[in-house]
Design a protein around this ligand. Sequence first.
Ligand SMILES: [Zn+2]
Length: 503
Amino acid sequence: MGAGGTAGRRSLIRRLVRWPVRIAMFAAITIGVAGVAALWTPPAPAAPDRPGALAIVDVTIVDPRQGGHLSPHQTVLVDGARIALVDARDRVPIPAGAQVVDGRGRYLIPGLWDAHVHTLRLSPQLHLPLFVAWGVTAVRDMGDACSWSTDLDCVPSAPAWRAAIDAGTIVGPRIVEAVSFHVETVPEASQELAALVAGLRQRGEPFVKAQLDDDAAPASFQSLVRAAGASGLAVAGHVPFAVDLADPALALRSVEHDRSLLPQCSSARLAYTGRVATMQTLLAGLDEPRCARVLENLVRHDTAYVPTHVASSGQDAAHAIGTPPAPDALALVVAPHRWLWAVARRAGRLDGEAQQTVQAVHRAALALTARAHAAGVVVLAGTDALDPDVVHGLALHDELALLVRAGLTPADALQAATAGPARHAGLAHERGAIAAGLVADLVLLAANPLEDIAHTRRIEAVIAAGRVYDGPRRDALLQGVRHAASSWATASRLLRGLWWDTP
Ligand SMILES: [Zn+2]
């Protein structure tokens, strides 16, 4: 008994010693596998070659401009990356050997733009193919991996991506403009501020992206606008609540997010903190004449308004009632972001009166968008993709639906994602419409989007700078992202890069 008892104790001790060793070995192997797996991140997909010539035959062309117009029985000839000819089907000879796409019963729209997205170093695997798959052929990147850093030496992604997308070694939209720095605090010393703006200019930033705290002092925002202006750069971004956008001297390139503009229409904006507790006060203070002055000022300076309803008040409203995106949309999102989004959704969950207040703010934000559009403000469709529950590419279709819910016609919503952003970027001669000489960015739809904006989701084929993504190629893009998003290697690389950046 005694000996048996000692042996039993010994084996218990051995077992107790053995478990931590086993756990440590398991952890070491797991970390080792993760390390090796991290080297095997799925490659970004490559693009198909451009056909020698492409003919989209007998299609109905949708022009969203001037209230929307349909031209049936048209043929579009594409040569390389450009549209060569658009005319009635009988008048267009199809070149021998051309790839022919049957357009009968289908609708052709210009490629869509998303005027507010975010990217990471892993976006060629995780995000850029999704834009193309969902018909988004041009984007304005409002913050890449470098924008998380305050280091101006960080190397922006866009130049390399543009070259790789042009060459077809990765799949992605045209990155029209890309910002790699968020100004979150404005240096008080004027020399320091001037040096910051000069640094941004030297790096080739298209404008200064302001991302000050909502309660930042108006004076620091104004000094940023002045310093940028003195250096020939405009400011775009978030507007702190206390800044007065009715001030005629305040010229911005764009105002981002409905949560930035709505407070400007309230005489109670100084009492507003962005928190639910102050939302009723904000709504009670909505002031028509003040709002008219703010909108007039935006029109005066050709300041675009990018409400990003899907991420801003719309996200608050959806999170208040705890609605997650559809499972097939979430399957396109890499695991660490999916987890983070679930946490954000839970944290944003509200009950009773608070829930109704947040929904009332969303309705007021939609009404403001309709009002801004009617007042002649350039409203652009943007999503803030990368924000919780905002899936790259797919979310643009949600934003279009929200613009229509706000009161825009489907034609006007489409224009906010085609000709509108092209003109605002000074690229109307290149993009945003279907005409000879323009870049061949096109989306072929199974149904008329002017009848129902939801028809922009019924994509038969996407043509991005002349490269054709029809059924199987489009499916392959989505499948590739699903694969990369579910890969352990991608998740581990993302985690190693502290969520947003990767080595
Ligand atoms: Zn953003």
